[in-house]
Design a protein. Structure first.
Length: 250
């Protein structure tokens, strides 16, 4: 089955091209602006000195004693959130999302004394009896989601641009794409996007995430190209029956 018929209306080609370029621009912004900014925040947090006694927790890390007011678990869209409510020495209440693990959250009870550390006005981790649990909003891993999203948008952008190129070539008289070729392209693009998105979540550094994405994407690309090439080698038509009688039946 042939897709992308000859075009008299350029809107489908334009829509595919704009979608591909739009995704590429978003990916470039995430990878070129957001991720470096998040990594800079992580470095600033890791190298921040301890605050002086009366200094606010802006660019320094302030550790103060706190009392556990309550613990609660909520569900949002199928995801569990573990909330730890603490009362600081200024009697202010701090509600901290501790969903990444349950070391401190699972050990504390109401009235327990803990040490909470703040940076730039937010509680970043809590210590209790030799255990330390980071809050969900921790700078050292804030780059993971934008990095995964940016990497995932790249193959999707390439897929839309490939569609736009196919439409433009078909309008110029080139052979049409087949349903098989388009299905392989869509499946490959989705697989590459999923690999790229989860790579930063499964690794510890940006370089490792990029390496994992490249290594895992290589067999997907090779398999997709091989399947498309194999389909192109197949005959495109079937021999018509002539309707002449079979000599053996004469």
């Amino acid at each position: 089955m042939l897709i992308f018929p000859s075009l008299r209306n350029p809107l489908p080609t334009l829509a595919m091209g704009v979608a591909g370029l739009g995704l590429a621009v978003v990916a470039a912004f995430l990878l070129g602006v957001t991720v470096p900014g998040k990594r800079a925040d992580a470095w600033a947090f890791a190298t921040a000195p301890a605050c002086l006694p009366d200094e606010p927790s802006t660019e320094c890390r302030k550790t103060v004693p706190a009392t556990v007011e309550k613990t609660e678990t909520t569900t949002d869209g199928g995801t569990e959130h573990h909330w730890l409510t603490l009362t600081g020495p200024d009697r202010g209440s701090h509600r901290v999302d501790m969903s990444r693990s349950a070391s401190v959250f699972g050990a504390v009870r109401r009235g327990d004394r803990v040490a909470m550390t703040s940076w730039r006005g937010k509680v970043r981790y809590v210590d209790f009896r030799g255990m330390r649990q980071d809050a969900t909003d921790r700078p050292k891993e804030a780059y993971r989601l934008p990095l995964g999203t940016g990497l995932a948008l790249l193959p999707l952008s390439a897929m839309f641009l490939w569609f736009a190129r196919g439409l433009a070539r078909r309008a110029a008289g080139a052979p049409a794409r087949t349903l098989w070729q388009i299905s392989v392209a869509i499946a490959s693009g989705i697989c590459l996007a999923l690999i790229a998105f989860f790579a930063p979540l499964a690794t510890d550094t940006v370089s490792t995430a990029l390496l994992l994405s490249a290594v895992a994407a290589f067999p997907v690309v090779i398999a997709g190209l091989w399947l498309i090439r194999q389909q192109r080698r197949r005959p495109t038509g079937r021999r018509r029956r002539t309707g002449r009688p079979n000599p053996s039946r004469a």
